[in-house]
Ligand binder design. Sequence first.
Ligand code: SAM
Length: 391
Amino acid sequence: MGKKSPRKGSSISTNSISTNSISTNIEKVAQSLFEQGAERTSFLEAIAQGERAVTAVVRLRGEIQSKIQGEIAQVGNSATQRAAWLPDWISVAAPEERPGRSEQHQNGEIYCLDLSSTFACATLSQLAQPTGILLDVCAAPGGKGIVGARYLSPQIVIGNEVIRKRTLQLISNYKRCRMDPALVTSCDPESLAQRIPHRADVVIVDAPCSGQSLLLKGLAAPGAFHHATISMNEGRQRRILANSAKTVAPGGALLYSTCTFSREENENNIEWFLKTFPEFHAVTVDLLAPYRSRYSSQACYRLFPHEGHGAGAFCALLQREGSRSSLEICIDEITDTLRPTWRSPTVFALRPAPIKRQEAEHSRKAQRGKWKGRDDKGSRRFKRFTADDQE
Ligand code: SAM
């Protein structure tokens, strides 16, 4: 999944699965979503056209210079008005612009992602800021956490990515965007639940999903609409959600999002979650009122690809009852808590504090690839960096 389609602009990649069976599966998902013919047709047409992604430019600091300030996105042949849920620090790039190749991008002044990926983060405008700990459970390559941090000004960001290889891109993006203090961990959500129970003020679960909207980004997604893929993801998402819920502090919130359309992975999971964890409720987000999902009585929000704001998204903001006693955070204590003591998760620390000379020397060597890093037990898995040292 995620491989560039050989037939760009076409929705359907054949990769060993017949075009007919893919179309039937897409039809089935479309039928489960839309009773009315016209809307179902628009949805299917958007999928058939592919390439619905719209580049959003998130301003992290400074002003956006050059042409990167388009208020209107050109999607296919139609111009789409700026979405009301976009804060003034998010712009929409014109189709010919390549903000990801700009100097501002290189300097970490901007972060670029599909417009619909910023949709879920708009729910965070409901929460008080600054916040304490922002935990991004499924973090790589980092987009939601970086946009979330822009909304919430947290005291520390913990970005977790279970696939070790993907943490490299996450760390690189955190460093470029100067996300400090930040920790990057690579462990199963169950380990996070054991290590930092009820500690995080805001938890983002941008869950691995069947990836149906990848087709709208011109990417191949064979099997994304197959019921077996959907059902496998539903189970995995519930497990991630259940463990992530345990990390949420009293009064804290959990943002659940996916980039897929099937109800099983979206509204059904939220309903299951609220039954399993009755201490949470779904938060109504007024800004997203026009996008309220019709498939649940709970406050869930959907962006469909035929609405013109990117490839599509789903989100719900779930708040735990209670109130936070204090926002006091000891960053060293959190770092130590997450330091590997079991099945070797990795912890990277990015922080602006001055560092010891010996540690700086080790970090410089690590950057040159000559030093692998050792943890307290001499294992070669713990690396501790500081942002200053990396610049
Ligand atoms: N939030 C990211 C962003 O905005 O840049 C995108 C996250 S992507 C949709 C889902 C992530 O979940 C992937 O990086 C994937 O490696 C990770 N993942 C896969 N299986 C997981 C699991 N069992 N538990 C936690 N994360 C998992």
